[in-house]
Ligand binder design. Sequence first.
Ligand SMILES: [Mn+2]
Length: 327
Amino acid sequence: MTPQAFRQAAELLRASQRSLIFTHLRPDGDALGSAFGLQETLRRMGLEAEVFLPGPLPERHSKLFSGRLTAVAPEELKGFDTFIALDCANPPRLGIPECLSMENLRKLRFINIDHHRANSIDSGFFDLVSPDSASCCEVLTRVFLECRAEITPRAATCFLAGMMTDTGSFRFANTGGGTLRTAAELLDRGAELERIVNALFFSKPLKQVRFENELMSTCLRFSAGGRIASAFIPRALLEKHDFDLREDEGLIDLLREIDGVVIAVLFHRGSDGVKVSLRSKDRAFPVGPVARSFGGGGHDMASGATLDLPDGEAEAAVLAKLTALFS
Ligand SMILES: [Mn+2]
């Protein structure tokens, strides 16, 4: 990605008058940090910008991010000149309400900014997809650094929160030198690290701790001589602890952090089949191809799929493919 592409993105953003910002369904820290950091930065430029998020925010995110629209009536679209999609790899994941329709949104200046290599949105106006960046927040920060826009402490906090979310606080392999340099610029601009860490990492609800303890003591199993750790999350356990899986992005790390484990696997029954999440700690044992063989997707180190099979069969099929990687 050339500096010109970042500058061009900045010019187009500056030329907006009133932007409507969308991100992906079930937004994570990167999606929310991108949306609210961009909103703050555009407003600081004297421009108007609204973030649209239909669903509720997870508790820990509401400690960092606020000020969103939960609905936009079709007639209100006339008030916007720019539609911005952030951190979203494909159109269905934007979760556009039927009443607005993608067709109508495409009539606005449509700016698509993302870091997913497989981004398939194709805005028809301007796409900035930078797979070299570890997060969408890193892309946006580079855009604003490139054009020397003012990044307020509030925006810097949003962007750093997103960068930390998508890099596992700079532990994942996507962390590059550029990631850390960009993060350093945000700290210099007043990003509140302590607030981010307390909100995102030191605020686990007690019911979640109790749920995790029982999961680990009753459902953990090992395959391939301890190199695969897996757990099938029983629905009864979720109900017992009143725990919603959507509240959690880091559950699989309980398995990944175990010494000797190379691949971590979590199963649970969703509305359309058995959901499996896969994480690898070693590039020599990629989990992307395994997920794709079951119709799923993702990359070498993190992937997932949905299997239309009974619980036990789904679990056995996935573990058999994974075990074969070690033979
Ligand atoms: Mn992201």
